[in-house]
Design a protein around this ligand. Structure first.
Ligand SMILES: *Cc1c(COP(=O)(O)O)cnc(C)c1O
Length: 403
């Protein structure tokens, strides 16, 4: 698709507001929303050439749409990849990745700390089609290495993880993958390209849930895979145009505008998150705070090196309690006492959202899987938004102070 004409060497902040398909004949300054399913063809011959992928141009919005293309180009520019392919949600990006790359007999190595729905995607859905997955501890490089088999095709990691913010060494995982002749896919939803660009550290595919920071205001579902142009055209597009989990043009347009403010939002929300994390560490009712920006975090130094010196805008903390039942009760009390923050499982919103992972995002895991992922009943995840800092801490204090 024809790109708007931009000079080389532009900074991420500039690319985030400028990268898009060419303006239409009307010269609109804000990118157009092309809410159309089909496209009128100039001739039968041109239509045939477009359907055969021999001529550039749009035919049908399951195959391509200018607003979706703009969103894909903008995200690829931010991640530093040649291309991206948009999907209807973050999970459908994982589905597309698996459908396009894997076949019966292939083996996957996946972190056991990935987003809740990713685990059954591999262990249950892809397993039905003969793909076997080994789950390994996120930060144990020896375990990743030991899991490699001749049939290993894909390594899948997310860093920092949801909700414990465990950080893995992307470069080291890329080396393990490439030595095994496999690909590394990194879910970059938490850090976003503002803090971390995994392709620069050797990752082959970047997975996004656009539902989170790319939209940034909690409005739409969206997802994407960032990759090379050749992979987009030859590996992913043939699958998505058949399977159909494409991004709706309206949702793409929301993300396109969302990405314009991504950098300032992520930086401001991350600064507040560090302050909330430091405050939580001083609270007597709090057993532990999980945040890569804290010196107490197990991978603090790696995180600072890998994430532009920033911990990101999501933290988790555990309330003190005698046992699991009491922990759940205390966590529920803190969440039910909030008057400002939203009790909501999303993240990456301008509104601060708090949630109880053990009964929501990770509620479908078995108790064994949940314990392996380290998700206790007293754990609360906070995705910090743009409210005034003292209002956020005061709202958490309401419940904590009455435990
Ligand atoms: C939300 C999320 C997903 C799934 O994305 P959806 O848009 O909800 O389908 C995947 N990975 C991470 C890290 C997420 O936070």
């Amino acid at each position: 698709m024809a790109h708007s004409n931009l000079p080389d060497g532009l900074h991420l902040d500039t690319l985030a507001v400028r990268t898009a398909v060419e303006r239409s004949q009307y010269g609109e300054n804000s990118e157009a929303l092309y809410l159309t399913s089909g496209y009128v063809q100039s001739s039968a011959a041109s239509s045939a050439a477009r359907f055969a992928m021999e001529e550039e141009g749009f035919t049908y919005s399951r195959v391509g749409n200018p607003t979706v293309s703009s969103m894909e180009m903008r995200l690829a520019a931010l991640e530093g990849t040649e291309a991206a392919i948009a999907t209807s949600s973050g999970m459908s990006a994982v589905l597309l990745l698996g459908m396009a790359l894997l076949k019966a007999g292939d083996h996957v190595i996946c972190s056991q700390s990935v987003f809740g729905s990713v685990i059954p995607m591999f262990s249950r859905e892809f397993a039905k089609f003969g793909v076997e997955t080994t789950f390994v501890p996120q930060t144990d490089l020896a375990a990743w290495k030991a899991a490699v088999r001749p049939t290993t095709k894909l390594l899948f990691a997310e860093t920092p993880t949801n909700p414990l913010t465990e950080v893995c060494d992307i470069q080291a995982l890329a080396d393990i993958a490439h030595n095994a002749g496999a690909f590394l896919a990194v879910d970059n939803c938490f850090a976003t390209p503002v803090l971390q660009r995994p392709v620069r550290m050797g990752a082959d595919f970047i997975i996004h849930s656009g539902t989170k920071f790319l939209d940034g205001q909690g409005r739409v579902m969206a997802g994407a895979i960032c990759c090379t142009q050749k992979q987009r055209d030859e590996v992913f597009l043939p699958v998505i145009r058949t399977a159909g989990m494409v991004l709706a043009p309206f949702n793409a347009w929301v993300l396109l505008k969302g990405m314009e403010t991504l950098a300032i939002r992520v930086k401001a929300q991350s600064a507040s998150t560090l302050a909330v994390a430091q405050w939580l560490e001083t609270q007597p009712q709090v057993a532990r705070v999980f945040y890569p920006g804290l010196a107490s975090h197990a991978q603090h130094e790696l995180a600072m090196r890998q994430q532009s010196g920033c911990g990101g805008a999501v933290l988790s903390f555990e309330v003190k309690a005698a046992d699991a039942d009491a922990a759940r009760k205390n966590a529920f009390h803190v969440l039910d006492s909030m008057q400002v923050l939203s009790l909501c499982t999303n993240l990456g919103d301008t509104k601060t959202l708090a949630a109880h992972p053990a009964s929501t995002s990770h509620g479908r895991l078995t108790e064994v899987q949940r314990q392996a992922a380290g998700i206790g009943q007293g754990l609360i995840r906070v995705a910090v938004g743009l409210e005034y800092l003292d209002d956020i801490t005061a709202d958490l204090a309401r419940g904590l102070n009455t435990l």
